[in-house]
Write a protein that binds this ligand. Structure first.
Ligand SMILES: Nc1ncnc2c1ncn2[C@@H]1O[C@H](COP(=O)(O)OP(=O)(O)OP(=O)(O)O)[C@@H](O)[C@H]1O
Ligand SMILES: [Mg+2]
Length: 438
């Protein structure tokens, strides 16, 4: 760091500069924008690239966010004091390292720590090393040995491309033959490019799935409230898997004893492993878990907030999330359990009909005033040249609501659904009423 960067960094340590940059364009990032706008620590919020809804609230900039130097250029031009990186790709590409190298405080794991999402092999080896419960696995970097191994198995396993594959790189085949075909398409036909040049073959875990969000601040960690989401496209948790059709917080079915068990058997050993391996993790850790008859086991680590979980978690915090993110970015002490509001929050995702397959784009969105306590979060939207907000993705908007309890929050969110309209509007009508799948 040169002298100028060092001075800027010191000023920021004292929270003197207050311009925040949010990187990303989804519902998660719009929720982060809203949290920053509410924070007394923040004066100005900007975003890149943003979406149609974010554009109505803050200045948005076009930037190739997959390239760390593009983010750095924007952040320097805009004299940003604090950056929050939403999606995994810029994190895995080293956006945090690049921003910190020019003295800009940033929330999110650095490139080395982001390997917990960018490489499933890296995570599996870490879990094994620290004896953190997870499925038994083998790793392969050539298809011949992977196929030989598959032929030696009695039951079809789970197959995962090791690298990033936009949530599409995991297969649960029904037969060994199908598993062999998966290996051929991932490793030989390279359907995910280099992300599939190494694979993990792991034991199938039976059980209920759940997930936990943790804000990690070096040697400290802060548990966020529990949440549950609905991944299937259709009512009754049926149909295709999606990015998420709705969520609520707190989860109805995580008793305190289970929560404590997960902290002690999974979270604490993970943070201790980070310290031992000199991984300076400062950002969100999203742990996917399977609750098996043998106890909770790790399915995966993600290195960023979930979407749509973020939209229900942030409103539940009784402490300013920006204050927590700044503390984590600096590696300062944070409370192990983040104080939580007494009520509940919910989100109903409004999609474009046809999602997650093909769906139309370009429908004009009309938005009326929402009831008190209800907010519209934008995801796949953009603002056209005429200033109209139009649909531009499968998950278009999210209607969030806060209520005294889960049922009330859900009821209010559904009342808010009527405040927005567009031709291809599609949503589930049973969020929070059925169990939820992941
Ligand atoms: N060993 C396993 N046994 C049973 N199911 C599994 C196993 N591994 C993964 N799954 C199922 O596959 C899903 C996706 O797996 P995983 O979370 O590893 O992939 P991902 O592509 O990183 O997901 P995401 O997009 O949520 O980050 C899990 O949510 C779970 O339902
Ligand atoms: Mg993942």
């Amino acid at each position: 760091m040169d002298v100028r960067s060092e001075i800027i960094y010191m000023l920021k340590m004292a929270n003197i500069f207050k311009k925040v940059l949010i990187i990303g364009s989804g519902g998660r990032e719009h929720a982060l924008v809203k949290a920053c706008l509410k924070s007394p620590l923040v004066e100005t919020v900007i975003a890149a690239p943003g979406n149609g809804g974010m554009k109505k609230e803050v200045e948005c900039f076009d930037a190739k966010i997959e390239e760390p130097q593009e983010i750095v250029k924007l952040a320097i031009e805009q004299s940003v004091d604090f950056a929050i990186i939403g999606p995994e790709i810029p994190l895995c590409e080293g956006a945090v390292d690049a921003l910190e190298a020019v003295g800009i405080l940033t929330y999110g794991p650095n490139k080395s720590a982001a390997r917990f999402e960018g490489s499933k092999i890296f995570t599996k080896e870490f879990l094994k090393k620290y004896k953190i419960p997870s499925a038994a696995f083998e790793k392969f970097s050539d298809s011949t040995s992977a196929i030989d191994y598959l032929r030696s198995l009695d039951h079809p396993p789970v197959i995962k491309a090791s690298g990033l594959a936009a949530g599409k790189g995991v297969f649960i085949p029904e037969s060994i033959q199908e598993a062999i075909e998966v290996v051929r398409s991932v490793m030989d036909e390279k359907i995910f490019g280099d992300s599939g040049s190494e694979i993990v073959i792991e034991e199938f875990m039976d059980g209920e799935e759940t997930s936990f969000h943790i804000m990690v601040s070096g040697e400290y960690f802060a548990m966020l409230p529990t949440s549950r989401d609905h991944k299937r496209a259709g009512n009754g948790d049926t149909g295709l898997n999606t990015g998420g059709m709705g969520a609520y917080s707190p989860a109805r079915d995580i008793p305190k004893s289970l929560f404590n068990r997960i902290v002690e058997e999974i979270v604490r050993p993970t943070i201790q492993g980070f310290i031992r391996d000199h991984i300076n993790y400062r950002g969100t850790l999203y742990i996917g878990l399977m609750l098996t008859t043998e106890g909770p086991k790790v399915v995966e680590f993600n290195v960023r907030f979930g979407d749509p979980e973020t939209q229900v978690l942030l409103p539940m915090l009784a402490q300013d999330p920006v204050d927590l993110m700044i503390k984590c970015a600096k590696g300062q002490k944070v409370p192990e359990i983040i104080p939580q509001k007494s009520g509940a929050s919910a989100i109903v995702v409004l999609a474009a009909s046809g999602y997650p397959n093909t769906y139309p784009k370009g429908d004009i969105i009309s938005e009326n005033k929402t009831p008190d306590g209800v907010e519209i979060i934008h995801a796949g939207t953009l603002m056209n040249k005429e200033g109209q907000v139009i649909t531009n993705g499968g998950r278009v908007l999210g209607v969030t609501a806060y209520g005294e309890n889960i049922d009330q929050a859900i009821k209010k969110a559904y009342q808010g659904v009527d405040a927005v309209d567009y031709a291809s509007k599609y949503y589930r009508t049973d969020i929070g009423q059925v169990r939820g799948t992941f």
